[in-house]
Design a protein. Structure first.
Length: 175
């Protein structure tokens, strides 16, 4: 199997799990956050929906300069907008991966802020860390937000306790 086909298979599997999570985000509570230092739920959900876009950006460019970037996030106000944003970014990612050859993944990609180079690494490492792992990390955060709001959390790698309809495990007392 070529490298791009393995990445596409993982992306498609994880996208199904991400959709289940985003479908449960209460967009009427976009400003909610669990702590003063936490990201607002709407920003976090938007970030999760946008992260697959890093794949296409990485494969079609050689660098991103934050000092010249004019990024203004648009926070989705409906579930349909949120899922549409995810689908759009995943479709772009799949297309860019389908067009990639194995040797393309070894080309260097740089993240900079003007003259300051934040990192420079092979495109495959950027995809694995800044797109895939970063995505899974924030999706996990989103699951905690849902739990704190008492919204049933969907299973990502099998059923969650909410889906199994069983009581949560007992936690030993610290006393």
């Amino acid at each position: 199997m070529s490298m791009n086909q393995g990445l596409i298979a993982e992306l498609k599997m994880e996208t199904a799990s991400t959709k289940k999570m985003l479908e449960r985000v209460p967009v009427d509570q976009n400003d909610w956050k669990p702590h003063a230092k936490s990201m607002k739920m709407g920003n976090l959900a938007n970030h999760v929906a946008e992260l697959p876009g890093w794949i296409a950006m990485t494969m079609t460019t050689d660098e991103l300069d934050l000092s010249t970037m004019d990024y203004k996030p648009v926070i989705s106000t409906t579930t349909e907008q949120l899922i549409g944003k995810l689908d759009e970014n995943v479709n772009k990612a799949v297309t860019s991966l389908e067009n990639a050859k194995d040797e393309d993944f070894g080309k260097m990609w740089t993240l900079r802020n003007g003259a300051h180079v934040i990192f420079s690494m092979p495109k495959i490492a950027v995809i694995r860390s800044m797109a895939y792992s970063h995505h899974y990390h924030h999706r996990g955060q989103l699951s905690v937000y849902l739990r704190l709001l008492d919204i049933p959390v969907p299973g990502m790698y099998g059923p969650s306790y909410d889906e199994m309809n069983v009581p949560a495990p007992e936690v030993a007392s610290a006393n």
